[in-house]
Structures are given as structure tokens and as C-alpha cells.
Design a protein around this ligand. Structure first.
Ligand code: PGA
Length: 252
């Protein structure tokens, strides 16, 4: 399969201006000219401009952690896709579990953002994943199926090909507990089959599905080696250049 690995760092609500720029510069030095793997960082909104300047000329792309589904207007506190493009974003994370479960975003709201991100020319990193009680009661596939169907609602096959799905079991995020490579592979294969069912096999063959949830240098290689795991969305371990580089090298 010819899917290129894609490893993205989700900085969440971390770093400060100097620290974010320093992290970006360290990554440029270490992996800025890597061709074999797509790499991106997703800093907080307020640091996007400076981080973009630090990444300029390198192969590392930048993403935002969220966006709103309108261009501009009276939406206090929101950021549009056009604004993100303006400061150099290529990607946007949508439907992250912290936005679903801490902020309370619905499947419908996330879908509106997906449609708008694609219209704006941004590439969504669309997060899905089950809570621990959902896994323990055997509902993992019901939950991710609902999330995928709702998230991709009204999106053409041509646009769907631009989306990266990130499977992030909620119980594995920030907990130090990683899904085993077998647990992750099982869900990834099922999600790929679901994409084939909603669209067709040719799309399912090319769409990238990242794993996320306590990925670190010590477990990255085994996860990335699974046939249906096409990269990683990394939180905590993306905040230190050496750790993030270690994960990226696990994919080489
Ligand atoms: P983590 O976060 O790597 O800190 O578990 C992953 C994520 O939430 O994207």
C-alpha cells in the first residue's frame, strides 16, 4: 500500500511564544528536510504566525487545533478557516475528543466545520474514538461508525480523500495507556472498511488513518508498522523535540 505516513503534533493548550518557536526550530533542524514522512505541528492559535515563520522553507507543515464554520462576522472568540490559511495553516484538527467531551461539540457541529474546512482548502485531521465505558460495553465500533458517518455527511469522495482520520481511543489520550497495536489495528481496519462502504474501495485504499493516544518513541514503531495505521497524532510527546523526533524516526 502506498500511503505515506503522516505524523502530526497536537500541542493542545501548551507552550508559550518563545518555547513554541524554539520547538519548531528544533524540529526544522532535525526533520525539516525529511521526505519519507509527512510531518506537521499544530500550535495554539496565538502562536501560529510565529511558528509559521520558524517553519518557513522546511518540509514541516502547520495545522490549527480547531476552526469555526463561518468566514467572519459576529462570532466572538472564533477563528475562521480563511484566517488559518492566511497565517500558513495547511491542516486543521476537527472533532478532537477534548472538544467533543470537555467543550461539548456535537457530531453535527463537527460536520459543519469539516465541510467548511474543505471549502476553505484546509485538510482536516478528523478525530474519532470511544470512551472507556463504550469500549468495555462492546460499543467501540458503534461509536466510531456514528462519528465517521456524521463527520463525512455531505462530503464528496474527492473531498473525503483530503481528510486524515485520527483514531484516538479516549481512554488512551494523555493517560500513558496506549491501545495495543492489535487493538488499534482492529479498529483502523474496521474504519477503513467503513470508508469503503460509505464511498468505495479506491478511497478506502488511499485515506490515511492516524492512531493517537499516548504515542511515544518507545511504542511508535510497532504501532506504525501495522498495515492500517498510517501515522500518529501525538499530544504530550510532541512537546519535546527529541521525543517527537523519536516518534517520527519510528516510522522510517
Ligand atoms: P497524547 O494526546 O499523545 O498526549 O495522549 C493525543 C491527542 O490527544 O491527540
Amino acid at each position: 500500500m502506498s500511503r505515506k505516513l503522516f505524523i502530526a503534533g497536537n500541542w493542545k493548550m501548551n507552550t508559550n511564544l518563545a518555547g513554541g518557536v524554539e520547538l519548531a526550530k528544533a524540529l526544522v533542524k532535525e526533520v525539516g528536510s525529511l521526505k519519507e514522512i509527512d510531518v506537521a505541528v499544530c500550535p495554539p492559535f496565538v502562536y501560529l504566525g510565529e511558528v509559521s515563520r520558524a517553519l518557513a522553507g522546511s518540509g514541516i507543515a502547520m495545522g490549527a487545533q480547531d476552526m469555526f464554520y463561518e468566514n467572519n462576522g459576529a462570532f466572538t472568540g472564533e477563528i475562521s478557516g480563511e484566517m488559518l490559511k492566511d497565517v500558513g495553516c495547511k491542516y486543521v484538527i476537527l472533532g478532537h475528543s477534548e472538544r467533543r467531551h470537555v467543550i461539548g461539540e456535537s457530531d453535527e457541529l463537527i460536520n459543519r466545520k469539516m465541510v467548511k474546512a474543505l471549502a476553505d482548502g484546509l485538510l482536516p485531521i478528523f478525530c474519532i474514538g470511544e470512551l472507556l465505558e463504550e469500549r468495555n460495553s462492546g460499543r467501540t465500533m458503534d461509536v466510531v461508525t456514528r462519528q465517521v458517518k456524521a463527520g463525512f455527511e455531505g462530503i464528496s469522495a474527492a473531498d473525503a480523500a483530503k481528510i486524515t482520520i485520527a483514531y484516538e481511543p479516549v481512554w488512551a489520550i494523555g493517560t500513558g495507556v496506549t491501545a495495543t497495536s492489535a487493538q488499534a489495528q482492529e479498529v483502523h481496519a474496521a474504519v477503513r472498511a467503513l470508508v469503503a462502504e460509505i464511498y468505495d474501495k479506491s478511497l478506502a485504499d488511499v485515506i490515511r488513518i492516524q492512531y493517537g493516544g499516548s504515542v511515544k518513541a518507545s511504542n511508535a514503531a510497532e504501532l506504525l508498522n501495522q498495515p492500517d495505521i498510517d501515522g500518529a497524532l501525538v499530544g504530550g510527546a510532541s512537546l519535546k523535540a527529541a521525543d517527537f523526533v523519536g516518534i517520527i524516526k519510528g516510522g522510517l
